[in-house]
Design a protein around this ligand. Sequence first.
Ligand code: COA
Length: 131
Amino acid sequence: MTDSFPLPPKSPALRVVPQPSDANVHGDVFGGWIMAQVDIAGSIPASRRANGRVATVAVNSFVFKQPVFVGDLLSFYAEIVKTGTTSVTVEVEVYAQRMRLQDEVVKVTEATLTYVATGADRRPRALPDVE
Ligand SMILES: CC(C)(COP(=O)(O)OP(=O)(O)OC[C@H]1O[C@@H](n2cnc3c(N)ncnc32)[C@H](O)[C@@H]1OP(=O)(O)O)[C@@H](O)C(=O)NCCC(=O)NCCS
């Protein structure tokens, strides 16, 4: 049974429509493609918080709850859930609007990733103070 949700009342970090080249022969989108988009979406609030470059240090959890199909409109919501001295942990939730029909919204993926603020030497650097 597929649950249908309204989209969360906030701005997504990223929206994208998977193309045929992102899918297997059955038309289901590759998990690795979704993981790459999740990594990009999560890095957006992380690099804003770091005020500069970040590197992904860990994928703490990743759940594919429902399949993703070519032509779905995917919205990636990314929220910082933890910060440390150099690290930022981000929760990413992905919703699909099936074949761009606005009335069927399905939560397809949820993940938590940790990013580390890095300098030009690629070593960890302290997060700047929050203004
Ligand atoms: C990211 C990187 C610079 C961190 O360097 P490091 O010497 O391991 O850093 P540290 O041990 O000082 O840890 C830095 C922070 O990461 C956190 N961290 C390290 N490993 C972690 C893990 N497995 N899970 C969650 N957090 C982790 C630490 O807790 C620390 O956070 P804090 O400063 O907020 O307390 C280094 O591991 C690296 O270059 N990794 C490759 C990154 C990359 O290329 N990613 C793209 C995919 S290939």
